[in-house]
Design a binder for this molecule. Structure first.
Ligand code: GRF
Length: 187
């Protein structure tokens, strides 16, 4: 079974620090396409600096057109890295098994927005997960996860410090996902 270097689309909405991990590993991909829901996203600057092509989505996303653009780019899979828009079920169905998301909690706990705050409020472990995307938000099978801050350490950190630790864990997990990439195996 031969491994082919995949063509990956990374969807973002903002700063793109996780996108940066992909860009720093770009030699492992046949191509990296950046798709942003916001024209002002700093991640687009990062993409330009690395010579990665990008697509900026309209406020009202035309998912059918986007799907065609991804097919035109011969994209094998999609990674949502801080993409702040809900992906419709029909689009998810097209990319079933090839659509991944990064979420800042130890799923299945603390789905949705303000996941870090939800874990803190519950005095629970704060961590990060990469999971398959299904129509239920953050409800898909977990592929890998990493603890960022254990519950015993919570009281010694403020939210900013905690968020920094979460970002660090995210970057490490994304690197781990890239290094163990066997999701796109071809016969
Ligand atoms: C990350 O914390 C991610 O988990 C969340 O949005 C943030 C994106 O950060 N959904 P960045 O744009 O990759 O720096």
């Amino acid at each position: 079974m031969a491994l082919k270097r995949p063509r990956l689309a990374v969807f973002i909405s903002g700063f793109g620090s996780n996108l940066n991990i992909f860009l720093e590993n770009k030699e492992k991909f046949s191509s990296l396409l950046v798709v942003s829901s916001k024209a002002e996203a700093y991640g687009l600057v990062r993409a330009r600096e690395h010579g990665a092509p990008s697509i900026v989505l309209d406020k009202k996303i035309d998912w059918t057109t986007l799907h065609s653009q991804l097919i035109d780019h011969e994209i094998d899979g999609i990674f949502l890295a801080g993409f702040m828009r809900i992906v419709p079920a029909s689009f998810i169905e097209h990319w079933k098994g090839r659509l991944f998301n990064l979420h800042p909690s130890m799923l299945p706990k603390y789905k949705g927005l303000k996941a870090i705050e939800q874990a803190v409020d519950a005095k629970d472990d704060v961590g990060v997960s990469i999971h398959h995307v299904v129509p239920e938000v953050d409800g898909g099978e977990v592929i890998m996860q990493k603890l960022a801050v254990g519950r015993d350490e919570l009281s010694s950190l403020n939210l900013e410090q905690l968020t920094d630790r979460v970002h660090l864990a995210e970057h490490q997990l994304v690197q781990q996902w890239i290094d163990s990439m066997n999701f796109f195996k071809k016969d």
